[in-house]
Design a protein around this ligand. Sequence first.
Ligand code: SF4
Ligand code: SF4
Length: 470
Amino acid sequence: MCGRFLTIKMRQPSPEFLYASMPKIYPRAVHGVFAYWRWLGVFITQLVFYGLPWVEWGQRQAVLFDLQTRRFYVFGLVLYPQDFIYLTGMLIVSALSLFLFTAVAGRLWCGYACPQTVYSEIFLWIERKVEGDRGARMHLDESNFSLEKLVKKTYKHILWLGLSIWTGFTFVGYFTPIHSLGMEFLQNRMGSWEVFWVFFYGFATYGNAGFMREQVCMYMCPYARFQSAMFDHDTLIVTYDSERGEPRGARSRQVALSASGLGACVDCSLCVQVCPTGIDIRQGLQYECIGCGACADVCNGVMDKMGYDKGLVRYTTQNALTHHWDTSTMLKRVFRPRVLIYTGILWALIIALGVSLWLRTPMRVDVLRDRGSLARITTEGNVENVFRLQIMNATEVEQPMQIKVRGMPGLALTAGAHVDVLPAQSRWAVVDVSLPYDALPAGAHKIWFDVSNADGSVNITEASVFIVPP
Ligand code: SF4
Ligand code: SF4
């Protein structure tokens, strides 16, 4: 332990091998309060992921990222590539939330909501249902080929593949209307890109959740590597209380703890057996630990059986362990300056994002001068400038737009005063603006276009320049 931040143990590379394959991990099933929260995380995230594309909003899918027309629909919002700032804002909010949650309670995201954890948990659940718990699975893998083994393995992979394809299909359903995608799928007439992404995403799910599992967290995810910069001595982490637990050792339940001459750890190794990354929490905080709390759940069960106090493995902070703080003193430290700063910045960003979305005008106008002609003299003796107005309608109803021009006496629109813009469409309107020839001296004169819709709910003013030739 050194400095303000926690030191996290890293696995040392094997000196004999440049690469040694990891032994397969067979996590044992576990029940308890953290398992309950983890499954709640699975249900909520998957309910949202699998359910959201099927939700309708008016005549369309509620959430759809339509890349072909470059429009993103999020319930009542229609976002264009020009609204990229909102996406950036959301990403910054997500990153800051991650920093905040990590500073408060370690790898909460990893343990309870990360897709890798969630899908590994679901795939593992299927594996347990088909092949049994840890011992049965180990026995099955070690056993010689048999019909039972073939049936179980085939059945498991069929279920895994079915779920993976469904996951890939759902993923593509965020980018292509899922109802029509479903019809195309049933009629075997999906486009080649859609087929590619369904299978690519499905294959990634199958590989990552079925086979790679903890190796994705340990070798592929960059988050595990920089988390130590976000942990400090007041961060809640899953910790083994070595002062209470050591010296560890097996003992009879009949012998009182005080008479055993041992610590509370009975060295049952259950905490290692339930760990999805296969580590021993008793060796201290290690970067492989995703903070899932499975070891705390199983150890609490052991403590219960032994008649000892729970919490030998628990969520606590380094300071609480060192100074023997009670829970309330420990939790008071949650609101330390670092956390308050993260929280303040996060709320400021969320409010700013919310307000700017709320105030976001559903129409947008850009004015460009016609590059073909700066100014021309008409047969009536007027000076005429041609402008191109790009009008974007981010609403979901057709908008009849009225264009007016102002800025100097005698200025008038001779063409293009009205334009109808279809729902979620962007349209160019060419407008001719004229001025009596001798109304102003030669030069560039500032003018304004006022663009409004029929019910007056949208009023946009855009400036431009009117050229009077010498
Ligand atoms: S589950 Fe608890 S008692 Fe058993 S080995 Fe782990 S820390 Fe010790
Ligand atoms: S050590 Fe405990 S909290 Fe960490 S990953 Fe393993 S079971 Fe989960």
